[in-house]
Design a protein around this ligand. Structure first.
Ligand code: PLP
Length: 396
């Protein structure tokens, strides 16, 4: 069910690594050793798969969307329905994997960071299920903007700790969580939310999300007797994309990652790291980062909170460089149009994040061959975005 993601001593080419203060090295080393041992133990994987099946609702279906394809004049399109996973997005795959690992490691407390609140909710959910204590760090600005998810986390029994540094958003929440972890890793696991951060986090998260690609590949063969010509996924930190891509790396399948083009090309107006960023270190890892000429992290913008992060995961930087995947961007307006179109033609309301992947296929429809079969990762459902959709509708 899972594909174990590999690296070269924590690196993907020149990207990745473990650029952390010395105080965290021991915590990361212990985590990496335990994780490596655990993955050789078939029983852990079996337990996780059981939890993913009977609790989270896997396998998620593969759904063809012919009316959407026809409306855009495009190729055949299939959606991997992570929107139907418990809590409404792919994030629970990783949260359950890491929380189960923490429990095996004898840690009874989990800390996590969250931006929009989706990873916080997934982690709080996994902790409630597995009987673990949970504390979620969240920027004060985000706490205000994402009130329903804050209420959900608290209802699930988690403590939400407001972070008042800097811009008071996700970047500062990660800093606060890393700082806290340095002082409590003896009894606490840091459950990081995407394929980011210092080794072993990127490969651990990629492994737990690989269930998406493994399932989708088997479903393609079973339902359609072929593999897709293209796999398309939106890229925030990069976990849903790497989860899908990982099962197709050895196949003749084009892999496309879609970043947030936001309002436009100016620094601060988007989260298009591969287009507008440069290599740099953030949160313990070397990858493409949006930064100003002095190397300071730049502000970002996207209509979707989940794509609004200044760094792309190191595996994607590596795939961009070696050409195995390509990275493009879709702006706010196109994503919004694709979101509405899928809802109206297929009765599926996608998350604004996932709508970027749909928006890519929609805007490039004419460039696909008629016999292409495009597999899009529908990373989450759009119910969480309803308030924002209504506000934008009122402004239009
Ligand atoms: C968080 C989120 C993303 C972006 O995160 P990745 O790690 O890049 O997958 C995408 N879609 C949804 C629905 C999300 O909640």
């Amino acid at each position: 069910m899972l594909l174990q993601s590999t690296c070269d001593n924590g690196f993907y080419g020149e990207f990745g690594g473990r650029y952390v203060p010395e105080i965290l090295v021991q915590a990361l080393e212990a985590l990496a050793q335990f994780y490596d041992k655990l993955m050789q133990d078939g029983q852990f994987e079996q337990e996780l798969v059981e939890c993913l099946t009977h609790y989270a609702g896997r396998a998620t279906p593969l759904t063809e969307v012919p009316r959407f394809s026809e409306a855009i004049g495009g190729p055949r399109i299939l959606l991997k329905r992570e929107d139907l996973l418990h809590t409404g997005a792919h994030k629970l795959n990783n949260a359950l994997g890491q929380c189960l690992l923490a429990k095996k490691m004898g840690k009874h407390k989990i800390i996590a960071e969250t931006g929009a609140g989706q990873h916080g909710v997934a982690t709080a959910t996994a902790c409630a299920r597995l009987g673990l204590e949970c504390e979620v760090f969240m920027g004060a600005t985000d706490v205000k903007r994402q009130a329903p998810n804050v209420a959900r986390m608290r209802l699930l029994g988690a403590t939400v700790t407001e972070v008042h540094d800097g811009q008071k958003t996700l970047k500062e929440a990660v800093n606060a969580a890393l700082r806290r972890w340095a002082s409590c890793y003896h009894d606490t696991h840091y459950c990081l939310g995407s394929a980011l951060g210092p080794d072993p986090f990127p490969r651990m998260v990629a492994t737990f999300q690989s269930v998406i690609g493994v399932e989708a590949r088997a479903q393609m063969l079973q339902q359609y007797s072929c593999l897709p010509s293209h796999c398309v996924a939106c890229v925030g930190g990069g976990s849903n994309a790497i989860g899908l891509f990982s099962a197709f790396l050895e196949d003749e399948v084009a892999l496309v990652g879609v970043e947030a083009g936001g309002k436009g090309a100016a620094l601060g107006d988007n989260a298009a790291r591969m287009q507008a960023g440069a290599p740099g270190v953030l949160h313990g890892s070397l990858s493409y980062v949006l930064q100003d000429a002095g190397g300071q992290i730049a502000p970002t913008h996207s209509i979707s909170a989940g794509l609004d992060y200044p760094m792309i995961g190191p595996m994607h930087a590596f795939f961009a460089k070696n050409g195995r995947a390509r990275y493009t961007q879709v702006g706010d307006e196109t994503a919004l149009a694709a979101c509405k179109l899928l809802t109206q033609t297929e009765g599926i309301l996608p998350a604004l994040e996932s709508s970027h992947a749909l928006g890519f296929v929609m805007s490039q429809a004419k460039d696909f061959a008629k016999d292409d079969v495009v597999l899009i990762n529908l990373s989450g459902r759009g119910d969480k975005d309803l308030d924002q959709l209504m506000r934008m509708e009122a402004q239009a």
